[in-house]
Design a protein around this ligand. Structure first.
Ligand SMILES: Nc1ncnc2c1ncn2[C@@H]1O[C@H](COP(=O)(O)OP(=O)(O)O)[C@@H](O)[C@H]1O
Ligand SMILES: [Mg+2]
Length: 405
């Protein structure tokens, strides 16, 4: 089983997938833009080969180089778990005639407008939306949709340049703020709770399903620095309100013709109970969501994903044992972390439930809170009951404070 795996060590969690591939018996051929020496030895030992390319985002160039590099070799799979490279993987896959999702299928998971059109065509509920390129087009869209609307880039990520708009005055302000974005989506603003639906699929059939709740919604978390955002996996996914979202998710996978690998979808639940599609990618969720799922089920999805794409099977545990919350912290003040207040007390009280303490240590420089999902670090905690997990998460959010100066 020869697998070409794009960017085998960056972002950092890719190292785990590289390990997973090797552990299920694949020969891993990595392709990336850093020199081989930049790959940590513990990851390098899982690689059967590595090709350094000058520009990993240059599709045509990478394809040409990979072709030359692997001329005469059998290639069985071409995979990527990093959003910017999933289309490139499909391109190379097609060139080598490997099984897996086609370029067109993957495009349905990348182009947000096409995605919504395909999901809507399957009879599923998506936000009412228009693709717009100018101020007058935006006004016309608002006329049809009505306030409030959400304005966001067509090719967005991490809630960047995303705004809620409630009035004409707001609209003028936001149009100015988003002037640098070539194309935006103007959407009906869906009020409600926000969840994920995550899977590892084999030929479109979920082998494991996960749901997590964002508290608060990502847009609010990204708009207010003082918030310690929480994401918590839901242990009991059998409850009716979650099942509705899962049902929507399964419909979306069919509508987009999912193949094998990870999916990460976001969906909204309105106060009247209606569930609405948000977006989906054919790759794992970021910000340590896969670690959270692993701690939820005591499973190793880094490896089981590899088994699914290589061998079409899944041997991981899917019984949900815990609700796992991650709490991201943002220091008060700028500069260097000087002090972390309340952590000792927190660990004394809840240490039994803490599976990962990964706050930036005193002395390190703060991260740019707008540009990182993990902020100045995080605590990950777990508890069999939802209330227990929420209690620990709120305590981490409100009683642990990082100070910088
Ligand atoms: N139509 C909408 N109604 C309400 N909130 C929205 C809507 N679209 C996006 N948002 C908010 O903005 C966030 C980011 O938008 P999303 O479509 O997920 O793009 P990305 O995560 O790629 O930046 C969402 O998680 C949600 O909180
Ligand atoms: Mg999103």
């Amino acid at each position: 089983m020869n697998v070409v795996f794009l960017s085998p060590h960056y972002p950092a969690e890719m190292r785990q997938y590289t390990r997973g591939l090797a552990e299920v018996g694949a020969n891993v051929f990595g392709v990336g833009d850093s020199p081989v020496g930049a790959i940590p030895p513990e990851t390098r030992r899982y690689l059967s080969g590595y090709l350094q390319v000058p520009r990993i985002m240059d599709e045509a160039d990478v394809l040409k180089r990979v072709r030359e590099w692997l001329k005469g070799q059998r290639v069985d799979r071409v995979e990527s778990n990093w959003e910017p490279l999933v289309l490139l993987a499909a391109r190379i896959r097609e060139a080598f005639g490997c099984p897996g999702m086609t370029y067109d299928t993957v495009l349905g998971f990348r182009d947000k407008q096409l995605m919504k059109e395909r999901v809507k065509a399957a009879g599923l509920r998506v936000p009412h939306s228009f693709r717009v390129k100018s101020g007058p087009e935006a006004h016309a869209a608002v006329e049809r949709i009505g306030y409030p609307v959400c304005i966001k880039p067509i090719a967005g990520a991490g809630s960047a340049d995303t705004y809620r708009v409630d009035s004409d005055a707001d609209l003028e302000r936001v149009l100015k703020l988003t002037q640098h974005v070539p194309e935006v989506s103007v959407e009906e603003f869906v009020e409600g709770e926000e969840f994920t639906y995550d899977t590892v699929c084999v030929n479109g059939v979920p082998q494991i399903e996960n749901c997590a709740q964002y508290i608060p919604r990502p847009l609010d978390a990204r708009s207010n620095e003082w918030i310690s955002p929480i994401i918590c996996t839901v242990r009991d996914i059998q409850q009716p309100k979650i099942q509705q979202g899962l049902k929507l998710g399964r419909g979306v996978l069919k509508a987009l013709n999912m193949g094998s690998g990870f999916t990460h979808m976001e969906w909204y639940r309105k106060s009247d109970g209606e569930v609405v599609f948000g977006e989906i990618g054919c790759r794992p969720g970021g910000a340590h969501l896969i670690d959270q799922i692993n701690y939820t089920c005591d499973v190793d999805l880094f490896r089981e994903w590899a088994r699914a794409v290589c061998w079409g099977s899944f041997e991981g545990r899917t019984t949900r044992r815990y609700n796992v919350a991650i709490i991201f912290k943002r220091a008060q003040g700028e500069g260097y972390i000087r002090h972390i207040a309340g952590l000792d007390r927190y660990m004394q009280r809840y240490g039994m439930g803490v599976v990962w303490e990964n706050l930036l240590p005193v002395g390190s420089h703060r991260r740019n809170w707008k540009q990182t999902l993990v902020s100045d670090g995080f605590l990950m905690v777990r508890h069999p009951s939802w209330e227990g997990a929420m209690h620990m998460a709120w305590a981490a959010a409100t009683e642990v404070t990082m100070y910088a100066s």
